[in-house]
Design a protein around this ligand. Structure first.
Ligand code: NAD
Length: 452
């Protein structure tokens, strides 16, 4: 990979397009195998596999292909008066280092291993991809496909768990793009600091949704909440973690949610489109979260009695007002459990969200009043905000996606990915012929400026 950098071939438009087209072909040729691997690892339905992991990735590749030439153009910018005549350009260049390292998560193991690579390749960087070891079938397939479609000097896949990842983290990289938990994000950032490797951290956390007393049409809102919560069986970084609901709404909202759940995941629920937890230990963790509150607050549907940890099946479970000190209220849920917390005012909602969620990746507000949205946005910092729906806004290729504070740093998608993996290099050329104007400031004058 270093040889490739030294040759400069990876800087060309043609090299970048070739890599993106190879990735496009890899996805198009293998849709069935990809969906099968995702079903094996996560019990992911075909609809979800195609919608979330294949279509979004293809969209990102096509968007990059159609804008790449324009993104790569050097930009002419002004030069300071003291340098005139001079010409200054700003050019996006690949990062230094043999390659960029992409560490993928377990919940969208196919698309979130490849989607960051779209930005890296578009920006002219070779990449090393390390997918999640929890997704055995998807990692194996990715290995086979990367070996088959790419030259190893451009894209190389390395499989492995914690020891292998920690080995990779010893090396200097052009950039490390990490998607995963806050806990591991800190390990990655600490290791990267030793080699001064820049990092982008796309982390998790608890994303709240506030339901205002003046909310959108009830059943439509409930349908959207259920979809956004239980998509990928709740294993989505941007999923609604907890509903914070105005007390005047909760009695109407609960039956609407139950109706919607029945419509989207009809009984027998374990045979519906619901997937499975990625690993047995994750199913056990979720089971324990429910068990801890089962005798302390109302369980409106689901519960431990409907779960089967051995089969990695967690039943959709709705919990009303769990105590603030339980694990369900404290930890990122990352599964099909929906706590509902009632509040008596918007101010109480703001205080609860700030106190319990820190700086979430996403914040959702269901309200018919713009003033409510704006006040909550002002007081509750979050990576991204969506009004009157959830989750789907991250499909945009024209807007950045990323967290802040505890939900990470850096952002990507579309041009933002290209920028994330580029170094913007300034190059100024000064005239050497007869000088039109020469700016010379005597030292005494500068000293005078400082005094006054
Ligand atoms: P994880 O942090 O356990 O693992 C992510 C990656 O880190 C994997 O490749 C894994 O092999 C590696 N890893 C794990 N432990 C490590 C260690 N001790 N040292 C070095 N590397 C290690 O996360 P996960 O369970 O795969 O994914 C779920 C988490 O990811 C959730 O918190 C979720 O919110 C978050 N997530 C965030 C986004 C986003 O875009 N912000 C997207 C998807 C998932």
């Amino acid at each position: 990979m270093q040889d490739l950098h030294d040759s400069g071939i990876n800087r060309s438009y043609e090299w970048r397009v070739e890599q993106l087209q190879k990735m496009r072909q890899l996805v198009l040729d293998n849709r069935t195998a990809i969906a099968q691997a995702l079903y094996h690892d996560l019990g992911k339905s075909y609809t979800e596999a195609v919608g979330a992991e294949i279509t979004l990735l293809l969209g990102e590749i096509d968007h990059s292909l159609s804008h790449l030439k324009e993104w790569m153009q050097p930009r002419h910018v002004g030069s300071p008066a003291a340098t005139i005549p001079a010409w200054t350009t700003v050019t996006p260049c690949p990062k230094v280092g043999p390659a960029c390292l992409i560490l993928g998560p377990s919940n969208y193991p196919f698309s979130l291993s490849l989607q960051p690579a779209v930005g890296a390749l578009a920006a002219g960087n070779p990449v090393i991809i390390k997918p999640s070891e929890l997704c055995v079938a998807t990692s194996k397939l990715l290995q086979q496909l990367c070996d088959q479609y790419f030259d190893p000097s451009a894209v190389k896949l390395i499989q492995g768990g914690i020891p292998e990842t920690q080995q990779l983290l010893q090396e200097p990289w052009g950039l490390i793009f990490f998607t995963g938990s806050e806990r591991v994000g800190k390990i990655v950032a600490t290791a990267a600091a030793q080699t001064l490797t820049p990092t982008i951290l796309e982390l998790g956390g608890k994303c709240p949704a506030y339901v205002d007393a003046q909310h959108p049409p009830l059943q439509q809102m409930a349908d959207r909440i259920v979809w956004a919560k239980f998509f990928n069986t709740g294993q989505t970084c941007a999923a609604i973690d907890t509903l914070v609901v105005h007390q005047d709404v909760v009695d109407k909202l609960v039956p609407a949610l139950l109706k919607s759940l029945e419509r989207q995941y009809p009984a027998p629920r374990h045979q519906s489109e619901l997937g499975r937890m990625v690993a047995k230990q994750h199913a056990q963790r979720l089971y324990d979260l429910i068990a801890q509150v089962e005798t302390k607050c109302p369980i409106l549907c689901g519960g431990t009695g409907e779960c089967n940890v051995d089969e990695r099946y967690i039943a959709p479970t709705i919990v009303l007002n769990p105590p603030n000190d339980c694990r369900l209220a404290q930890e990122e849920i990352f599964g099909p459990i929906l706590p509902i917390v009632t509040v008596s005012s918007e101010e109480e909602a703001v205080a609860y969200i700030r106190n319990m969620y820190g700086t979430p990746l996403c914040l959702y507000v269901f309200t018919q009043r713009s003033a409510v949205l704006n006040r909550i946005r002002l007081h509750c910092p979050a990576g991204g905000v969506m009004r009157n729906d959830a989750l789907i806004f991250l499909a945009s290729q024209d807007a950045p996606f990323g967290g802040l504070g505890t939900s990470g740093y850096g952002s990507y998608h579309g041009k933002y990915s290209f920028d994330a993996f580029s170094h913007y290099q300034t190059c100024m050329t000064r005239a050497t012929g007869p000088v039109v104007a020469h700016w010379f400031v005597p030292r005494e004058a500068v000293a005078g400026w400082l005094v006054h």
